[in-house]
Design a protein around this ligand. Structure first.
Ligand code: FES
Length: 201
């Protein structure tokens, strides 16, 4: 049996060749592994993409109306012909949870919920005022506080009146809105305005 001796220089070259990455040959494709820095770049890019997608979704969600017309939380359209006359009894809208009141100063949409502990108050024709059956709070026709444990007058919803000459909207206090010549009246039950304080009665 004979032993073949490999020259020292050639052995070193063979070892180097074995350690080198495999190059593409024929149908083989060399795959270059990603390093730590590239990996972190990919993670960062993916995080930015997710963040942008979430932000875009949130913007679209808030831009779209969440309540349909005629649904509590949305807009209720009132035909001007159906508004009670000035001095007539307020008209309830149970779906919209408001009382429509036409006062000398204009139209109001008063929230049906008492400002004390949330009972549903009633209009009492004989006394010409709203009265809460739970603890006896009383309110004027326009929602101003009269007496009882309620901390303030009745809350109201924003009113928008479209006329041939322009649009009139509730102010920050929810004051009555004039409806002369109204073509369309909208009650926004998504926009509640706090009633006047008891001291303003
Ligand atoms: S809930 Fe109306 S007076 Fe208390």
């Amino acid at each position: 049996m004979t032993t073949q001796t490999v020259p020292k220089g050639r052995a070193a070259a063979q070892a180097k060749e074995a350690a080198a990455p495999v190059a593409a040959t024929g149908s083989e494709v060399a795959v270059k592994p990603i390093n730590r820095r590239e990996f972190l770049y990919y993670i960062w890019g993916a995080s930015i993409a997710v963040f942008l997608a979430q932000t875009t979704g949130a913007i679209i969600w808030f831009a779209l109306p969440r309540f349909r017309e005629g649904e509590f939380g949305g807009i209720f359209v009132v035909d001007p012909a159906t508004v009670p006359a000035v001095g007539a009894s307020p008209v309830p809208n149970p779906t919209g949870k408001y009382w429509l009141v036409n006062t000398q100063n204009g139209l109001l949409a008063l929230n049906m919920v008492c400002t004390h502990l949330g009972c549903l108050f009633k209009w009492v024709d004989a006394n010409g005022r709203f009265e809460c059956p739970c603890h006896g709070s009383k309110f004027e026709e326009d929602g101003r506080y009269i007496e009882g444990p309620a901390p303030r007058g009745l809350d109201r919803f924003a009113v928008r009146v479209i006329t041939p000459t322009g649009v009139i909207e509730s102010d920050a206090k929810g004051s009555p809105v004039k409806i002369d010549g109204a073509q369309r009246i909208e009650i926004n039950t998504g926009k509640k305005i706090k009633g006047p304080s008891a001291s303003q009665a």
